[in-house]
Write a protein that binds this ligand. Sequence first.
Ligand SMILES: [Zn+2]
Length: 74
Amino acid sequence: MDDRKGIAVNCRVCHRWKKPLGRSAPLGMANGLCDFECGGYDAEPLPGSLWPGELKSEFGFPCSDYGTVEVPDA
Ligand SMILES: [Zn+2]
């Protein structure tokens, strides 16, 4: 089965990277990320649930395919 991995999603309003949905940003990083307080967070391109480079199979929870790319089987 193909896996998916998270990619960085850039906000078109504040031009910061969007924090993955429902995830807490590491301390010290939160201020540099776009989150739900920004009007652009819920707009296209939509954020996903994975951190950039994180695999859906590692995450282990159901999540949308937003903010991800397909990783073909090796
Ligand atoms: Zn933003």
